[in-house]
Design a protein around this ligand. Sequence first.
Ligand SMILES: Nc1nc2c(c(=O)[nH]1)N[C@H]1C(S)=C(S)[C@@H](COP(=O)(O)O)O[C@H]1N2
Ligand SMILES: [Mo]
Length: 497
Amino acid sequence: MGGVLAALAGLAVGSVAAGILGTAQTPVVAIGSAFIDRVPPWLKDLAISWFGTHDKDALRVGILIVVAALAAVGGILAVRRYWAGALITIALSGVAVAAATTRADSGQTGFLPSALAGITALIILRLFSRRLEPLLATINGNSADDGVSRRGFLQLSAGVAIGSAAIGALGRVVGGNRAAVANAREQLNLPQPPTLAPPAGVQAAGAVPWATANEDFYRIDTALSVPQIVPADWKLRVHGMVDRELNLSFDDLLKRQVIHKWVTLTCVSNEVGGDLIGNALWSGVLLKDLLEEAGPAKNADAIKSTSKDGFTAGTPLPTLLDDRQAMLAFAMNGEPLPVEHGFPVRIVVPGLYGYVSATKWLVDIEVSRFDQFEGYWTPRGWSALGPIKLSSRIDTPLGKNVEPGRVTVAGVAWDQHVGVSKVEVRVDGGPWQQATLAADPSIDTWRQWHWPWDASRGTHVLQVRAFDAKGNPQVESSAPPAPDGATGLHTVSVKVG
Ligand SMILES: Nc1nc2c(c(=O)[nH]1)N[C@H]1C(S)=C(S)[C@@H](COP(=O)(O)O)O[C@H]1N2
Ligand SMILES: [Mo]
Protein backbone atom coordinates (compact mmCIF):
# COMPACT_ATOMS: atom_id res chain seq x y z
CA MET A 1 0.00 0.00 0.00
CA GLY A 2 2.73 2.47 1.00
CA GLY A 3 4.84 1.30 -1.94
CA VAL A 4 2.01 1.74 -4.43
CA LEU A 5 1.22 5.21 -3.07
CA ALA A 6 4.90 6.17 -3.26
CA ALA A 7 4.95 5.07 -6.90
CA LEU A 8 1.72 6.94 -7.62
CA ALA A 9 3.12 10.12 -6.14
CA GLY A 10 6.28 9.63 -8.17
CA LEU A 11 4.33 9.14 -11.41
CA ALA A 12 2.20 12.21 -10.68
CA VAL A 13 5.30 14.36 -10.10
CA GLY A 14 6.83 12.88 -13.27
CA SER A 15 3.81 13.88 -15.35
CA VAL A 16 3.81 17.43 -14.02
CA ALA A 17 7.53 17.75 -14.66
CA ALA A 18 6.96 16.53 -18.22
CA GLY A 19 4.19 19.09 -18.64
CA ILE A 20 6.36 21.94 -17.34
CA LEU A 21 9.33 20.91 -19.45
CA GLY A 22 7.09 20.52 -22.49
CA THR A 23 8.42 17.02 -23.13
CA ALA A 24 6.23 14.03 -23.91
CA GLN A 25 8.46 11.85 -21.73
CA THR A 26 6.41 11.09 -18.64
CA PRO A 27 7.84 7.99 -16.95
CA VAL A 28 5.12 5.73 -18.41
CA VAL A 29 5.53 7.17 -21.91
CA ALA A 30 9.31 6.80 -21.69
CA ILE A 31 9.13 3.13 -20.72
CA GLY A 32 6.31 2.44 -23.19
CA SER A 33 8.03 4.12 -26.13
CA ALA A 34 11.30 2.34 -25.49
CA PHE A 35 9.34 -0.90 -25.21
CA ILE A 36 7.57 -0.25 -28.54
CA ASP A 37 10.93 0.41 -30.25
CA ARG A 38 12.17 -2.97 -29.07
CA VAL A 39 9.20 -5.34 -29.40
CA PRO A 40 9.66 -8.11 -31.93
CA PRO A 41 7.36 -7.78 -34.98
CA TRP A 42 5.30 -10.86 -34.04
CA LEU A 43 4.44 -9.31 -30.68
CA LYS A 44 3.44 -6.03 -32.33
CA ASP A 45 1.16 -7.94 -34.73
CA LEU A 46 -0.29 -9.90 -31.82
CA ALA A 47 -0.99 -6.67 -29.95
CA ILE A 48 -2.70 -5.18 -33.01
CA SER A 49 -4.83 -8.27 -33.52
CA TRP A 50 -5.80 -8.47 -29.83
CA PHE A 51 -6.39 -4.84 -29.06
CA GLY A 52 -6.79 -3.42 -32.58
CA THR A 53 -5.98 0.26 -32.56
CA HIS A 54 -6.30 0.24 -28.73
CA ASP A 55 -2.92 -1.51 -28.56
CA LYS A 56 -1.37 1.59 -26.95
CA ASP A 57 -4.01 1.86 -24.21
CA ALA A 58 -3.35 -1.79 -23.44
CA LEU A 59 0.39 -1.09 -23.18
CA ARG A 60 -0.17 1.87 -20.83
CA VAL A 61 -2.38 -0.21 -18.55
CA GLY A 62 0.14 -3.08 -18.68
CA ILE A 63 3.01 -0.81 -17.65
CA LEU A 64 0.97 0.68 -14.80
CA ILE A 65 0.10 -2.80 -13.50
CA VAL A 66 3.73 -3.93 -13.60
CA VAL A 67 4.93 -0.73 -11.89
CA ALA A 68 2.20 -1.03 -9.22
CA ALA A 69 3.07 -4.69 -8.56
CA LEU A 70 6.81 -3.97 -8.25
CA ALA A 71 6.06 -0.92 -6.09
CA ALA A 72 3.90 -3.04 -3.78
CA VAL A 73 6.77 -5.50 -3.36
CA GLY A 74 9.08 -2.55 -2.72
CA GLY A 75 6.68 -1.23 -0.09
CA ILE A 76 6.51 -4.55 1.73
CA LEU A 77 10.31 -4.90 1.71
CA ALA A 78 10.77 -1.31 2.86
CA VAL A 79 8.86 -1.99 6.07
CA ARG A 80 11.69 -4.22 7.31
CA ARG A 81 14.59 -2.83 5.34
CA TYR A 82 14.18 0.58 3.78
CA TRP A 83 17.12 0.06 1.44
CA ALA A 84 15.56 -3.07 -0.10
CA GLY A 85 12.43 -1.15 -1.08
CA ALA A 86 14.56 1.80 -2.14
CA LEU A 87 16.56 -0.44 -4.44
CA ILE A 88 13.40 -1.47 -6.31
CA THR A 89 12.32 2.16 -6.60
CA ILE A 90 15.73 3.17 -7.93
CA ALA A 91 15.70 0.29 -10.41
CA LEU A 92 12.20 1.23 -11.64
CA SER A 93 13.01 4.89 -12.17
CA GLY A 94 16.40 3.92 -13.58
CA VAL A 95 14.66 1.94 -16.31
CA ALA A 96 12.44 4.95 -17.07
CA VAL A 97 15.43 7.34 -17.16
CA ALA A 98 17.36 5.00 -19.47
CA ALA A 99 14.27 4.59 -21.66
CA ALA A 100 13.76 8.35 -21.88
CA THR A 101 17.37 9.06 -22.89
CA THR A 102 17.23 6.59 -25.78
CA ARG A 103 14.24 8.28 -27.42
CA ALA A 104 14.91 10.50 -30.41
CA ASP A 105 12.36 13.07 -29.29
CA SER A 106 13.34 13.30 -25.64
CA GLY A 107 15.78 16.20 -26.00
CA GLN A 108 18.17 17.04 -23.16
CA THR A 109 15.58 17.18 -20.41
CA GLY A 110 13.61 14.08 -21.35
CA PHE A 111 15.13 12.06 -18.50
CA LEU A 112 14.16 14.62 -15.81
CA PRO A 113 10.50 13.62 -15.25
CA SER A 114 11.54 10.01 -14.64
CA ALA A 115 14.40 11.05 -12.33
CA LEU A 116 12.09 13.35 -10.33
CA ALA A 117 9.50 10.58 -10.15
CA GLY A 118 12.13 8.26 -8.66
CA ILE A 119 13.30 10.82 -6.07
CA THR A 120 9.71 11.58 -5.02
CA ALA A 121 8.92 7.89 -4.64
CA LEU A 122 12.09 7.39 -2.54
CA ILE A 123 11.19 10.23 -0.16
CA ILE A 124 7.64 9.01 0.30
CA LEU A 125 8.75 5.43 0.78
CA ARG A 126 11.11 6.71 3.51
CA LEU A 127 8.23 8.55 5.23
CA PHE A 128 6.13 5.38 5.16
CA SER A 129 8.88 3.18 6.57
CA ARG A 130 9.48 5.76 9.39
CA ARG A 131 5.79 5.67 10.28
CA LEU A 132 5.73 1.91 10.20
CA GLU A 133 8.73 1.41 12.46
CA PRO A 134 6.81 2.28 15.66
CA LEU A 135 3.86 0.23 14.42
CA LEU A 136 6.10 -2.81 13.98
CA ALA A 137 7.58 -2.24 17.38
CA THR A 138 4.06 -2.32 18.87
CA ILE A 139 3.22 -5.54 17.09
CA ASN A 140 6.41 -7.00 18.52
CA GLY A 141 5.26 -5.82 21.95
CA ASN A 142 8.00 -3.22 22.53
CA SER A 143 5.78 -0.17 22.55
CA ALA A 144 2.35 0.93 23.73
CA ASP A 145 1.34 3.80 21.45
CA ASP A 146 -0.10 1.76 18.56
CA GLY A 147 -3.15 4.01 18.21
CA VAL A 148 -0.91 6.99 17.54
CA SER A 149 1.32 5.33 14.96
CA ARG A 150 -1.58 3.64 13.19
CA ARG A 151 -3.26 7.03 12.89
CA GLY A 152 0.02 8.48 11.65
CA PHE A 153 0.25 5.83 8.92
CA LEU A 154 -3.31 6.42 7.76
CA GLN A 155 -2.84 10.21 7.78
CA LEU A 156 0.28 9.87 5.70
CA SER A 157 -1.51 7.53 3.24
CA ALA A 158 -4.43 9.91 2.87
CA GLY A 159 -2.06 12.84 2.48
CA VAL A 160 -0.01 11.16 -0.24
CA ALA A 161 -3.13 9.98 -2.10
CA ILE A 162 -4.73 13.43 -2.08
CA GLY A 163 -1.41 15.07 -2.93
CA SER A 164 -0.89 12.76 -5.91
CA ALA A 165 -4.40 13.41 -7.21
CA ALA A 166 -3.89 17.17 -6.89
CA ILE A 167 -0.51 17.02 -8.62
CA GLY A 168 -2.04 14.83 -11.34
CA ALA A 169 -4.75 17.45 -11.94
CA LEU A 170 -2.09 20.17 -12.04
CA GLY A 171 -0.24 18.07 -14.62
CA ARG A 172 -3.23 18.21 -16.91
CA VAL A 173 -3.26 22.00 -16.65
CA VAL A 174 0.44 22.59 -17.32
CA GLY A 175 0.37 20.03 -20.13
CA GLY A 176 -1.29 22.84 -22.10
CA ASN A 177 0.62 22.07 -25.28
CA ARG A 178 -2.19 19.74 -26.28
CA ALA A 179 -4.75 22.53 -25.88
CA ALA A 180 -2.55 25.01 -27.77
CA VAL A 181 -2.23 22.59 -30.69
CA ALA A 182 -5.96 21.80 -30.70
CA ASN A 183 -6.64 25.51 -30.69
CA ALA A 184 -4.19 26.30 -33.51
CA ARG A 185 -5.74 23.47 -35.52
CA GLU A 186 -9.22 24.92 -35.05
CA GLN A 187 -8.04 28.36 -36.21
CA LEU A 188 -6.38 27.13 -39.42
CA ASN A 189 -7.92 28.23 -42.66
CA LEU A 190 -6.65 25.86 -45.32
CA PRO A 191 -7.31 25.84 -49.08
CA GLN A 192 -10.49 23.79 -49.60
CA PRO A 193 -10.91 21.06 -52.22
CA PRO A 194 -13.39 22.01 -54.99
CA THR A 195 -15.72 19.27 -53.80
CA LEU A 196 -15.73 16.76 -51.00
CA ALA A 197 -18.33 14.61 -52.72
CA PRO A 198 -17.13 11.07 -53.40
CA PRO A 199 -18.11 9.39 -56.69
CA ALA A 200 -21.43 7.52 -56.56
CA GLY A 201 -20.60 4.24 -54.91
CA VAL A 202 -22.21 1.01 -53.85
CA GLN A 203 -25.18 1.76 -51.61
CA ALA A 204 -25.90 -1.76 -50.35
CA ALA A 205 -26.63 -2.00 -46.63
CA GLY A 206 -23.43 -3.03 -44.87
CA ALA A 207 -21.17 -1.90 -47.73
CA VAL A 208 -18.22 0.10 -46.39
CA PRO A 209 -18.49 3.68 -47.71
CA TRP A 210 -16.10 4.61 -50.51
CA ALA A 211 -14.83 7.59 -48.50
CA THR A 212 -13.58 6.90 -44.96
CA ALA A 213 -14.48 9.57 -42.39
CA ASN A 214 -11.56 10.95 -40.37
CA GLU A 215 -13.03 9.52 -37.14
CA ASP A 216 -13.25 6.06 -38.71
CA PHE A 217 -9.82 6.10 -40.32
CA TYR A 218 -7.49 3.42 -38.95
CA ARG A 219 -4.54 4.65 -36.92
CA ILE A 220 -1.19 2.89 -36.73
CA ASP A 221 2.03 4.37 -35.33
CA THR A 222 4.69 3.93 -32.68
CA ALA A 223 3.72 7.13 -30.83
CA LEU A 224 2.57 6.35 -27.29
CA SER A 225 2.15 10.07 -26.76
CA VAL A 226 1.03 11.80 -29.96
CA PRO A 227 3.53 14.53 -30.99
CA GLN A 228 2.01 17.98 -30.48
CA ILE A 229 3.24 20.52 -33.03
CA VAL A 230 1.89 24.05 -33.42
CA PRO A 231 1.97 24.98 -37.15
CA ALA A 232 3.79 28.23 -36.32
CA ASP A 233 6.66 26.14 -34.87
CA TRP A 234 6.69 23.61 -37.71
CA LYS A 235 9.80 23.52 -39.90
CA LEU A 236 10.75 21.08 -42.63
CA ARG A 237 14.34 20.62 -43.70
CA VAL A 238 15.02 19.01 -47.08
CA HIS A 239 18.69 18.11 -47.29
CA GLY A 240 21.21 15.37 -48.00
CA MET A 241 22.15 14.52 -51.58
CA VAL A 242 20.69 17.72 -53.06
CA ASP A 243 21.99 20.78 -54.90
CA ARG A 244 20.16 23.19 -52.59
CA GLU A 245 18.99 22.58 -49.05
CA LEU A 246 15.41 23.79 -48.42
CA ASN A 247 13.93 25.03 -45.17
CA LEU A 248 10.18 25.45 -45.15
CA SER A 249 7.73 26.88 -42.65
CA PHE A 250 4.03 26.00 -42.64
CA ASP A 251 3.27 29.36 -44.32
CA ASP A 252 5.86 28.64 -47.02
CA LEU A 253 4.02 25.40 -47.71
CA LEU A 254 0.65 27.13 -48.06
CA LYS A 255 2.14 29.58 -50.58
CA ARG A 256 2.87 26.73 -52.96
CA GLN A 257 0.46 25.21 -55.45
CA VAL A 258 -2.01 23.00 -53.59
CA ILE A 259 -3.41 19.72 -54.93
CA HIS A 260 -6.33 17.59 -53.71
CA LYS A 261 -6.36 13.88 -54.33
CA TRP A 262 -8.24 10.77 -53.21
CA VAL A 263 -5.76 8.15 -52.03
CA THR A 264 -6.34 4.85 -50.23
CA LEU A 265 -3.79 4.32 -47.46
CA THR A 266 -2.98 0.75 -46.39
CA CYS A 267 -0.95 -0.73 -43.54
CA VAL A 268 1.44 -3.60 -44.25
CA SER A 269 0.12 -5.25 -41.06
CA ASN A 270 -3.35 -5.53 -42.58
CA GLU A 271 -4.43 -9.17 -42.52
CA VAL A 272 -6.49 -10.59 -45.40
CA GLY A 273 -9.98 -9.21 -44.74
CA GLY A 274 -8.59 -6.70 -42.21
CA ASP A 275 -9.54 -3.07 -41.64
CA LEU A 276 -6.15 -1.31 -41.58
CA ILE A 277 -7.06 0.52 -44.78
CA GLY A 278 -8.90 3.77 -45.47
CA ASN A 279 -9.68 6.12 -48.34
CA ALA A 280 -9.52 9.90 -47.91
CA LEU A 281 -9.31 13.12 -49.89
CA TRP A 282 -5.87 14.55 -49.09
CA SER A 283 -4.80 18.15 -49.70
CA GLY A 284 -1.19 19.27 -49.84
CA VAL A 285 1.71 20.12 -52.10
CA LEU A 286 3.49 17.91 -54.61
CA LEU A 287 6.69 16.34 -53.30
CA LYS A 288 7.93 16.27 -56.89
CA ASP A 289 7.99 20.09 -57.07
CA LEU A 290 9.82 20.39 -53.76
CA LEU A 291 12.37 17.71 -54.54
CA GLU A 292 13.06 19.12 -58.01
CA GLU A 293 13.63 22.51 -56.45
CA ALA A 294 16.17 20.94 -54.08
CA GLY A 295 17.75 19.07 -57.01
CA PRO A 296 18.41 15.44 -56.02
CA ALA A 297 21.82 14.01 -56.95
CA LYS A 298 21.88 11.63 -59.93
CA ASN A 299 22.89 8.65 -57.80
CA ALA A 300 20.35 9.25 -55.01
CA ASP A 301 17.62 6.56 -54.93
CA ALA A 302 15.64 7.21 -51.73
CA ILE A 303 14.44 9.68 -49.19
CA LYS A 304 14.62 9.10 -45.47
CA SER A 305 11.71 10.97 -43.89
CA THR A 306 11.73 11.55 -40.14
CA SER A 307 8.93 12.44 -37.76
CA LYS A 308 9.07 14.69 -34.73
CA ASP A 309 9.24 11.59 -32.51
CA GLY A 310 12.02 9.87 -34.42
CA PHE A 311 10.06 7.45 -36.65
CA THR A 312 11.69 7.07 -40.07
CA ALA A 313 10.58 5.75 -43.45
CA GLY A 314 12.69 4.97 -46.51
CA THR A 315 10.87 5.73 -49.78
CA PRO A 316 12.14 5.08 -53.33
CA LEU A 317 12.86 8.42 -55.01
CA PRO A 318 11.18 7.44 -58.34
CA THR A 319 7.79 7.03 -56.59
CA LEU A 320 8.05 10.66 -55.45
CA LEU A 321 9.02 12.04 -58.86
CA ASP A 322 6.63 10.13 -61.17
CA ASP A 323 3.03 10.98 -62.05
CA ARG A 324 1.39 9.50 -58.94
CA GLN A 325 1.36 12.85 -57.15
CA ALA A 326 3.03 11.88 -53.89
CA MET A 327 2.43 14.76 -51.53
CA LEU A 328 3.12 16.57 -48.31
CA ALA A 329 -0.43 16.53 -46.99
CA PHE A 330 -1.84 19.01 -44.49
CA ALA A 331 -5.55 18.24 -44.84
CA MET A 332 -7.70 15.12 -44.81
CA ASN A 333 -11.28 15.19 -46.10
CA GLY A 334 -11.28 18.99 -46.12
CA GLU A 335 -10.08 19.37 -42.52
CA PRO A 336 -6.62 20.06 -41.11
CA LEU A 337 -4.99 16.66 -40.45
CA PRO A 338 -6.31 15.22 -37.20
CA VAL A 339 -3.48 15.28 -34.62
CA GLU A 340 -3.31 11.44 -34.55
CA HIS A 341 -3.01 11.41 -38.34
CA GLY A 342 0.10 13.58 -38.43
CA PHE A 343 -0.83 17.22 -37.81
CA PRO A 344 0.38 19.54 -39.18
CA VAL A 345 2.11 17.77 -42.11
CA ARG A 346 2.55 14.16 -43.25
CA ILE A 347 3.57 12.31 -46.40
CA VAL A 348 1.09 10.41 -48.61
CA VAL A 349 2.45 8.25 -51.46
CA PRO A 350 -0.13 6.32 -53.55
CA GLY A 351 0.82 2.67 -53.99
CA LEU A 352 3.16 2.20 -50.99
CA TYR A 353 2.34 0.77 -47.57
CA GLY A 354 2.37 3.38 -44.80
CA TYR A 355 5.51 2.10 -43.06
CA VAL A 356 7.75 3.00 -46.03
CA SER A 357 6.09 6.26 -46.97
CA ALA A 358 3.36 7.87 -44.89
CA THR A 359 5.44 9.63 -42.20
CA LYS A 360 3.21 11.63 -39.84
CA TRP A 361 4.39 14.68 -37.84
CA LEU A 362 7.02 15.08 -40.59
CA VAL A 363 10.01 17.32 -39.78
CA ASP A 364 12.88 16.16 -41.97
CA ILE A 365 13.51 14.79 -45.46
CA GLU A 366 16.97 13.55 -46.33
CA VAL A 367 17.66 12.63 -49.93
CA SER A 368 19.89 9.59 -49.72
CA ARG A 369 20.51 6.03 -50.90
CA PHE A 370 19.02 2.77 -49.62
CA ASP A 371 22.56 1.49 -49.03
CA GLN A 372 23.16 4.39 -46.59
CA PHE A 373 20.27 3.98 -44.11
CA GLU A 374 17.33 1.83 -43.00
CA GLY A 375 13.80 3.00 -42.20
CA TYR A 376 12.34 2.29 -38.74
CA TRP A 377 10.75 -1.07 -39.61
CA THR A 378 13.48 -2.53 -41.82
CA PRO A 379 15.84 -3.72 -39.05
CA ARG A 380 12.72 -5.04 -37.28
CA GLY A 381 12.09 -7.67 -39.91
CA TRP A 382 10.11 -5.81 -42.57
CA SER A 383 11.07 -5.41 -46.20
CA ALA A 384 12.90 -2.21 -47.19
CA LEU A 385 10.52 -1.73 -50.14
CA GLY A 386 6.77 -1.85 -49.56
CA PRO A 387 4.61 -1.68 -52.70
CA ILE A 388 0.96 -2.40 -51.77
CA LYS A 389 -0.24 -5.86 -52.87
CA LEU A 390 -3.38 -6.47 -54.92
CA SER A 391 -6.11 -7.56 -52.50
CA SER A 392 -9.86 -7.68 -51.96
CA ARG A 393 -12.31 -7.86 -49.07
CA ILE A 394 -15.93 -8.87 -48.49
CA ASP A 395 -17.77 -6.37 -46.25
CA THR A 396 -21.35 -7.59 -46.45
CA PRO A 397 -23.10 -9.85 -45.53
CA LEU A 398 -20.93 -10.56 -42.48
CA GLY A 399 -22.05 -12.06 -39.19
CA LYS A 400 -25.64 -11.11 -39.99
CA ASN A 401 -28.78 -13.18 -40.17
CA VAL A 402 -29.38 -13.49 -43.90
CA GLU A 403 -32.79 -14.43 -45.32
CA PRO A 404 -32.89 -16.80 -48.32
CA GLY A 405 -33.34 -15.04 -51.68
CA ARG A 406 -31.55 -12.12 -53.33
CA VAL A 407 -28.64 -10.87 -51.17
CA THR A 408 -26.13 -8.19 -52.16
CA VAL A 409 -22.56 -9.27 -51.56
CA ALA A 410 -20.27 -6.21 -51.57
CA GLY A 411 -16.81 -5.07 -50.62
CA VAL A 412 -13.66 -3.34 -51.80
CA ALA A 413 -10.61 -4.31 -53.87
CA TRP A 414 -7.37 -2.38 -54.21
CA ASP A 415 -4.06 -2.21 -56.00
CA GLN A 416 -3.04 1.40 -55.61
CA HIS A 417 -1.26 2.96 -58.56
CA VAL A 418 -1.76 -0.20 -60.61
CA GLY A 419 -5.55 -0.36 -60.65
CA VAL A 420 -8.20 -3.07 -60.33
CA SER A 421 -9.82 -4.33 -63.56
CA LYS A 422 -12.06 -7.15 -62.35
CA VAL A 423 -13.47 -8.70 -59.17
CA GLU A 424 -14.95 -12.19 -58.90
CA VAL A 425 -16.91 -13.97 -56.18
CA ARG A 426 -17.56 -17.64 -55.65
CA VAL A 427 -19.89 -19.60 -53.39
CA ASP A 428 -18.90 -22.89 -51.76
CA GLY A 429 -15.90 -23.32 -54.08
CA GLY A 430 -18.13 -23.16 -57.21
CA PRO A 431 -17.38 -21.25 -60.43
CA TRP A 432 -16.06 -17.68 -60.16
CA GLN A 433 -18.74 -15.08 -60.96
CA GLN A 434 -18.00 -11.55 -62.07
CA ALA A 435 -18.96 -8.69 -59.73
CA THR A 436 -19.89 -5.14 -60.79
CA LEU A 437 -17.26 -2.45 -60.12
CA ALA A 438 -18.20 1.04 -58.94
CA ALA A 439 -16.81 4.22 -60.55
CA ASP A 440 -13.28 5.19 -59.64
CA PRO A 441 -11.58 8.60 -59.97
CA SER A 442 -8.08 7.12 -60.36
CA ILE A 443 -6.02 3.97 -59.92
CA ASP A 444 -4.82 5.24 -56.53
CA THR A 445 -7.94 4.34 -54.54
CA TRP A 446 -9.73 1.17 -53.65
CA ARG A 447 -12.68 0.10 -55.82
CA GLN A 448 -16.04 -0.89 -54.45
CA TRP A 449 -17.70 -3.96 -55.97
CA HIS A 450 -21.02 -5.77 -55.56
CA TRP A 451 -22.59 -9.02 -56.71
CA PRO A 452 -26.20 -10.25 -56.47
CA TRP A 453 -26.43 -13.62 -54.80
CA ASP A 454 -29.42 -15.97 -54.85
CA ALA A 455 -28.85 -17.35 -51.40
CA SER A 456 -30.32 -20.68 -50.42
CA ARG A 457 -30.90 -21.88 -46.86
CA GLY A 458 -27.82 -23.29 -45.12
CA THR A 459 -24.26 -22.25 -44.33
CA HIS A 460 -22.22 -21.05 -47.31
CA VAL A 461 -18.64 -20.01 -47.88
CA LEU A 462 -18.06 -16.83 -49.91
CA GLN A 463 -14.70 -15.93 -51.44
CA VAL A 464 -13.49 -12.95 -53.43
CA ARG A 465 -10.55 -12.37 -55.76
CA ALA A 466 -9.42 -9.34 -57.74
CA PHE A 467 -7.44 -8.79 -60.94
CA ASP A 468 -5.07 -5.90 -61.53
CA ALA A 469 -5.16 -3.51 -64.48
CA LYS A 470 -2.97 -5.88 -66.50
CA GLY A 471 -5.26 -8.84 -65.86
CA ASN A 472 -3.08 -10.57 -63.24
CA PRO A 473 -5.10 -12.33 -60.54
CA GLN A 474 -4.55 -11.78 -56.82
CA VAL A 475 -2.13 -14.24 -55.14
CA GLU A 476 -4.30 -17.03 -53.67
CA SER A 477 -1.79 -18.71 -51.36
CA SER A 478 -1.87 -17.47 -47.77
CA ALA A 479 1.05 -15.44 -46.43
CA PRO A 480 1.22 -13.46 -43.17
CA PRO A 481 1.77 -9.65 -43.16
CA ALA A 482 5.52 -9.89 -42.40
CA PRO A 483 7.79 -9.11 -44.16
CA ASP A 484 6.03 -7.31 -47.04
CA GLY A 485 2.23 -7.70 -46.82
CA ALA A 486 -0.33 -10.51 -46.48
CA THR A 487 -1.68 -12.55 -49.40
CA GLY A 488 -4.60 -14.98 -49.68
CA LEU A 489 -8.30 -14.90 -50.45
CA HIS A 490 -10.79 -13.34 -48.05
CA THR A 491 -13.08 -16.21 -47.13
CA VAL A 492 -16.22 -15.78 -45.03
CA SER A 493 -18.90 -18.14 -43.92
CA VAL A 494 -22.53 -16.98 -44.02
CA LYS A 495 -25.55 -18.58 -42.43
CA VAL A 496 -28.72 -18.23 -44.49
CA GLY A 497 -32.20 -18.81 -43.02
N1 LIG B 1 5.53 9.39 -37.30
C1 LIG B 1 5.04 8.21 -37.69
N2 LIG B 1 4.46 8.13 -38.90
C2 LIG B 1 3.94 6.96 -39.32
C3 LIG B 1 4.01 5.80 -38.52
C4 LIG B 1 4.64 5.92 -37.25
O1 LIG B 1 4.75 4.95 -36.49
N3 LIG B 1 5.12 7.14 -36.87
N4 LIG B 1 3.46 4.62 -38.97
C5 LIG B 1 3.26 4.47 -40.41
C6 LIG B 1 2.38 3.35 -40.71
S1 LIG B 1 2.98 1.80 -40.37
C7 LIG B 1 1.16 3.51 -41.31
S2 LIG B 1 0.29 2.19 -41.87
C8 LIG B 1 0.57 4.86 -41.49
C9 LIG B 1 -0.80 4.93 -40.86
O2 LIG B 1 -1.33 6.22 -40.98
P1 LIG B 1 -2.68 6.58 -40.22
O3 LIG B 1 -2.44 6.31 -38.76
O4 LIG B 1 -2.95 8.01 -40.52
O5 LIG B 1 -3.74 5.67 -40.77
O6 LIG B 1 1.38 5.86 -40.90
C10 LIG B 1 2.75 5.72 -41.09
N5 LIG B 1 3.37 6.91 -40.55
MO1 LIG C 1 1.57 0.32 -41.23
